[in-house]
Every structure is written in structure tokens, then in C-alpha cells.
Design a protein around this ligand. Structure first.
Ligand SMILES: C[S@@+](CC[C@H](N)C(=O)[O-])C[C@H]1O[C@@H](n2cnc3c(N)ncnc32)[C@H](O)[C@@H]1O
Length: 241
């Protein structure tokens, strides 16, 4: 986006000295979305703010996979873990208002935005991975989506300053090979899935094999989806019927 476009957007949320302050912060490297208080995700304008991961367009791959998987189901149960501001759950709900959506993250700051984005009907839970989800969902989940942190620790220093300096490391850091959280999700996910239920995990293109291995070890039938349009990669893992 050109600087003039950014200036026009900032002028929509502030005027005078406040606007000048926002422009200075932007020039200092803060993500535009943190300053605006919103991010465009698919057709939605989602709430976001400082100290929180900004959803990327590549995560649309998880939305598409989830919607495809539940296309024939009534009131499907969809869970987003490591949800941040809950872009996937929000997009699923926008397309399928009959869906029952639950979202969880360990970051209470992100969950304030997730609650705004999802609206009052969704379940929003705070805690480690799947642990905070209501026990009654076990064995009933049609789709479990996760864009968990997957940047290898050593690669965080190579990220653009907007991410490296303004998105907390716990939103980026996936451990030495980037797949630490994926292995943990693989270890926990299967028992939450309904028969034929699906796990969809966003990965880097070059990391997909490691995540496939972890989910295959959990007894799930795996495949990989590449979406060149949004530059997204998702590992899919289905519980056999
Ligand atoms: C890459 S961000 C993605 C957020 C959101 N899914 C999105 O696409 O915008 C990863 C998220 O995982 C959360 N997270 C990291 N470790 C976690 C854990 N052990 N349990 C729950 N959430 C975790 C972070 O707080 C962050 O919100």
C-alpha cells in the first residue's frame, strides 16, 4: 500500500495532533493495522490492536478448507485454537451463521478482539491450546483449525521489523524447526474430532512435511493444501469414520 493510501486511512480514525502522532508511530514502524484498530481479512473488517498478531491473508486457506468440509452439515461445530483475534472463526461464522464456533488462545489481550469479532454467540476461552475448551465438545468437533506460531526461533530475527518488533514472540515462535506447537496440537487433537472430523493447520510450505508426520502419527489421514492465490499452506488431517 502506498504512503498516501495509509495516510488517508489514518485520517479516517484521527485528526489534528492525534493524527500527527499516529503518522509518527507509523513512520517508526508500528503496523498500520495496530494504529487503525482494524484489519481487512477476506471480506471482513476485523478488530485488532497493539500487542496482538495481525491476521494475514494467507490464512484464508483455513477458512476455505473449513467451509468446504462443513458444506453439507447442519450447525457444524468449528473450533479455532491459537485463535488470536479469531479471523478464521469469524469468517466461518460470516459465511455460515448456523455454525457453532469456539475459539481459544492463551493471550487475553487478543481474546478481547476475538470476542468483538466473533460476537456473543461464540465460545471464547483462555488457556493453553485445547485445554480450555469445554469438555462437552470432545469427540464432536467437525473442524479444528489452527494458525499456531510456526516461525523457527532462529528466523524471527530475519522477519520484517513490523512483525519482529511489534508482534509478541509468543505469537511467532514455533521452536527450533517451527513445528513445536504443531506436534503438541497433533498429540491432542484427535480425541476432540467427530468421526470424519478434520484438523487444518497452517504451515510454511517447507515445513508441511514435518506437520504431516506429526498428524499421521496421531492416526489421522493427512494431505496438504497449497493455495497459490493467497500463498497459503495447510496440512489437513481427517479422523477416519
Ligand atoms: C501466529 S498467531 C495467529 C493468530 C490467529 N490464528 C491468526 O491467524 O491471526 C498465533 C497465536 O497463537 C497463540 N498461542 C501461542 N502459543 C499458544 C498456546 N500454547 N496455547 C494457546 N495459544 C497460543 C498466540 O497468542 C497467538 O495469538
Amino acid at each position: 500500500m502506498y504512503a498516501e493510501d495509509e495516510a488517508r486511512l489514518l485520517a479516517e480514525v484521527a485528526t489534528g495532533e492525534s493524527l500527527e502522532r499516529l503518522v509518527r508511530r507509523r513512520v517508526g514502524g508500528e503496523p498500520l493495522e495496530h494504529l487503525l484498530g482494524w484489519v481487512q481479512f477476506g471480506g471482513l473488517r476485523l478488530a485488532v490492536g497493539p500487542g496482538v498478531f495481525v491476521p494475514r491473508s494467507r490464512t484464508q486457506v483455513l477458512v476455505d478448507v473449513a467451509l468446504e468440509h462443513v458444506s453439507g452439515a447442519d450447525a457444524p461445530l468449528v473450533v479455532e485454537v491459537c485463535c488470536g483475534v479469531a479471523p478464521v472463526g469469524s469468517a466461518v461464522l460470516a459465511a455460515r451463521p448456523d455454525a457453532v464456533v469456539h475459539a481459544a488462545d492463551l493471550d487475553a489481550r487478543a481474546l478481547v478482539h476475538a470476542r468483538t469479532n466473533l460476537g456473543p454467540a461464540a465460545g471464547v476461552w483462555c488457556g493453553d491450546l485445547l485445554r480450555p475448551l469445554p469438555a462437552g465438545l470432545r469427540g464432536r468437533v467437525d473442524v479444528l483449525v489452527a494458525n499456531a506460531p510456526y516461525v523457527p526461533t532462529h528466523a524471527i530475527a530475519l522477519m520484517p521489523p513490523e512483525a519482529r518488533d511489534h508482534e509478541p514472540h509468543h505469537t511467532l515462535d514455533g521452536g527450533s524447526d517451527g513445528a513445536d506447537l504443531h506436534r503438541r496440537i497433533a498429540g491432542e487433537a484427535a480425541s476432540w474430532l467427530a468421526p470424519d472430523g478434520l484438523v487444518a493447520v497452517e504451515t510454511g510450505r517447507e515445513q508441511a512435511d514435518t506437520t504431516v508426520e506429526a498428524l499421521t502419527r496421531a492416526g489421522l489421514e493427512t494431505s496438504v493444501r497449497f493455495d497459490d492465490e493467497v500463498d497459503g499452506t495447510a496440512v489437513l488431517a481427517r479422523r477416519p469414520r
